[in-house]
Design a protein around this ligand. Structure first.
Ligand SMILES: [Mg+2]
Length: 465
């Protein structure tokens, strides 16, 4: 914990849903649910209007439909979210070189590296207010909440306290140094970093429901129930003691496992088994470190000692063995094994200390899957599901997807089925548009890219992106 409120946390409000409302004038002020639109899909983001009905992220789409049958259910437009995210992150980097993105819509900023007197709480508040309006301008209308405090914990608590309340557009909260304990005491124990549903349930059994309850508990009790390191860590956090630094994701640390072989390998199933095992080892070390990685790297040394490396960067940080293994195996698919491999290694890097909110992709079946999207394959053309979708030359219509019609112009897919696709012809900044239906194979109607934002981040934006 610092003596000044100098760590800032920015969190976009209902990010994916807000992007959709921004780009679809008829959805402004209406319940919007982004996520899996099929039978087994889950909600990625619900707009505030949908949350009123009890819809929240990670809920099954079926339940969301039951709660909010009149909401717009959209499959998601990842390219549009990523573009707005880049604009937000670039705007944060103008404040300070020390920016730690946690996900597409959330980041910490170290204001000690910023051009502001962090001892001056009013100046910090003004900076946060100015930041919000800059983000709104550059993203062409997206809202965010900004919290500032003396630690990461406090900054995150502050941005949560700043979240939209009805009729108030002042989503900035600064926890003044000295006010930390009274600020966190009434919050649920789950507000403590690292306390998930399981830990919260255990605390609840002990009658510890708020942060204040945890602080008042005896250290002996916490250690007995939660173990030495977690018990003492929790006790410290409940006293607002948090010294975690803001770590720029540009400072990449990595975890890797390599094997050198007695003889050169040419057999693909054998190499694949090694890569799978190495990915498992890397993930168990990653989990022990308490971190989540965005970048997965495969390294190979060939029989002639040339070194081959390829990386993929996921949109969301993960510690999932399946996800890391899948990415590593996909990289291996791009390696020509004919001349023989003498070394194989799997590495992860680009760490964050929290997992990405569940992301999702639209698969070939039109169903939305909650797996991270491969956005970049160094040395190769992107081949993630959205890459396929972009190059898809057939007729596949996703609810919410962008379209262009030869005569009617730009619009979006409102619904489709039984050989018919229904579109609404409107776009960001246009009046609310009319709805028209077409044959699903009408040649005048084409899938389109999202309308780009006017403000383009200066180069270089981000070394990992
Ligand atoms: Mg958010």
């Amino acid at each position: 914990m610092r003596r000044t409120a100098s760590i800032l946390h920015l969190d976009m409000d209902a990010f994916f849903a807000s992007v959709e409302q921004r780009d679809k004038p008829s959805l402004a002020g209406r319940p919007v649910i982004v996520g899996g639109t099929g039978g087994r899909g889950v909600v990625a983001t619900a707009s505030y209007e949908a949350r009123v009905f009890g819809v929240h992220s990670a809920m099954s789409s079926a339940q969301a439909r039951h709660l909010a049958p009149h909401a717009a259910f959209l499959a998601g437009r990842f390219g549009a979210y990523r573009e707005s995210s880049r604009v937000v992150m670039a705007t944060l980097r103008e404040l300070s070189p020390l920016v730690e993105p946690l996900s597409l819509d959330e980041a910490f900023v170290d204001l000690e590296q910023a051009d502001v007197d962090v001892a001056d709480v009013e100046a910090v508040h003004a900076l946060a207010t100015e930041l919000r309006s800059r983000v709104r301008d550059r993203t062409e209308g997206l809202g965010c909440s900004v919290g500032v405090g003396s630690s990461k914990f406090m900054a995150k608590v502050a941005s949560e306290l700043a979240k939209p309340r009805r009729g108030i557009d002042d989503q900035v909260e600064v926890v003044v140094p000295g006010a930390e304990l009274e600020t966190i005491a009434p919050l649920p124990a789950r507000a403590i970093p690292g306390v998930g549903p399981v830990a919260a349930a255990r605390l609840d059994k002990l009658g510890l429901r708020t942060v204040g309850d945890v602080r008042a508990a005896s250290m002996g009790e916490l250690v007995r129930e939660l173990g030495q390191s977690w018990g003492t860590g929790l006790a410290a956090l409940s006293r607002a003691e948090d010294d975690r630094p803001v770590v720029s994701s540009r400072v990449a640390k990595s975890i890797s496992v390599e094997d050198t072989f007695e003889h050169d390998l040419r057999d693909r199933p054998e190499c694949r088994a090694i890569v799978e095992r190495d990915a498992g080892l890397v993930c168990s070390r990653l989990r022990r470190s308490g971190q989540f990685a965005r970048t997965i790297t495969l390294k190979a040394k060939m029989a002639d000692f040339t070194v081959w490396t390829r990386s993929v960067t996921l949109e969301g940080a993960t510690d999932s063995v399946e996800r890391v293994t899948r990415a590593a195996v996909r990289l291996l698919d791009g390696l020509d094994l004919r001349e023989g491999v003498r070394l194989l290694g799997v590495g992860v890097s680009n760490f964050t200390t929290s997992a990405q909110e569940e992301l999702f992709v639209v698969g070939d079946d039109g169903e939305v899957h909650d797996e991270p999207v491969v956005t970049q394959e160094l040395g190769e053309v992107a081949s993630g599901p959205f890459g396929r979708r972009r190059s898809f030359d057939g007729r596949r219509w996703y609810p919410g997807g962008d379209v262009v019609h030869e005569d009617l112009g730009r619009g979006w897919v409102w619904g489709s089925g039984h050989g018919v696709v229904t579109c609404r012809f409107e776009f960001r900044g246009s009046p609310v548009g009319r709805v028209r239906s077409f044959d699903a194979d009408d040649a005048a109607l084409r899938p389109a890219e999202p309308l780009p934002l006017a403000w383009v981040p200066p180069e270089p934006v981000d070394v990992e992106e």
